[in-house]
Design a protein around this ligand. Structure first.
Ligand code: SF4
Ligand code: FES
Length: 240
């Protein structure tokens, strides 16, 4: 058969034949093969969430989320096309204007997947009108700062706290444009939860919401993960 290589079944990603394991999603298989498909709410350590749509690819001409569509022998998948990258740029621009993202003053700049992905698809400005939502920071915890201004609602912290830490510190509340991240405590403050700096949830945020206190700018700007190589060259790592 055309796609049954000796080593097992394969699909094509932008014309390149890639192997996959049974049960793999397209994004898992691509990442394992060292190929990059843009993504924000997916992380190799967690079950797919399928909410950001940045990973949208075309499978046999039909759009699907690469983090949820299963690989199958003979699938023809397109990802790095002008049309899909333009759609990704629009989604990213919407994410930027929905929050307050001031990259030059953000501790996460250079380590931020949102910023790195935007650079990678050639986003040069927000395009849409800024919402400037009012989102206070939570500095109540002795070791962890929460800056909700930068939240992209990927729910990685929700999954990490619930599934790895067993603490359920975070949740998503509200509807539509009012959807926001919540801290699960009576006061709504992080200080009144059991969260600690060693929790998985404390290090999973792809943007600059959940930050350790007293460690600001420990790595200088210019020497950070995505300062050294673009996100599209992270190969099989899948996350910083
Ligand atoms: Fe995602 Fe970070 Fe917001 Fe949690 S705080 S939902 S990890 S962007
Ligand atoms: Fe697939 Fe977010 S990475 S929808």
């Amino acid at each position: 058969m055309r796609y049954e290589a000796e080593s097992g079944p394969t699909f094509t990603l932008d014309g390149e034949e890639l192997p996959f394991h049974p049960g793999d999603t397209l994004l898992q298989a691509a990442t394992r093969a060292g190929r990059y498909i843009p993504h924000l709410c997916w992380h190799p350590d967690f079950a797919a969430h399928g909410s950001c749509r940045i990973c949208t690819v075309k499978v046999g001409g039909r759009a699907g989320a690469a983090c949820t569509v299963r690989a199958a022998a003979g699938l023809e998948v397109e990802s790095h096309t002008e049309e899909l990258n333009e759609q990704r740029k629009t989604l990213l621009q919407m994410l930027f204007v929905e929050g307050n993202h001031f990259c030059p003053s953000c501790e996460k700049s250079g380590n931020c997947r949102l910023q790195a992905t935007a650079y990678d698809v050639g986003m040069e400005g927000p395009h849409f009108e800024e919402f400037y939502p009012d989102r206070p920071v939570d500095a109540s915890h002795p070791d962890i700062l929460l800056d909700f201004n930068r939240c992209i609602l990927c729910e990685l912290c929700v999954r990490a706290s619930r599934d790895v830490d067993g603490k359920d510190v975070f949740a998503i509340g509200g509807h539509g444009i009012g959807t926001h991240l919540l801290v699960n405590s009576e006061s709504g403050k992080l200080a009144d939860t059991a969260m600690t700096l060693s929790d998985r949830a404390a290090s999973v945020c792809p943007v600059g919401v959940i930050l350790p206190k007293r460690r600001g700018f420990a790595v200088p700007i210019g020497q950070r993960v995505y300062d050294l190589k673009p996100v599209s060259e992270e190969g099989g790592e899948g996350a910083p």
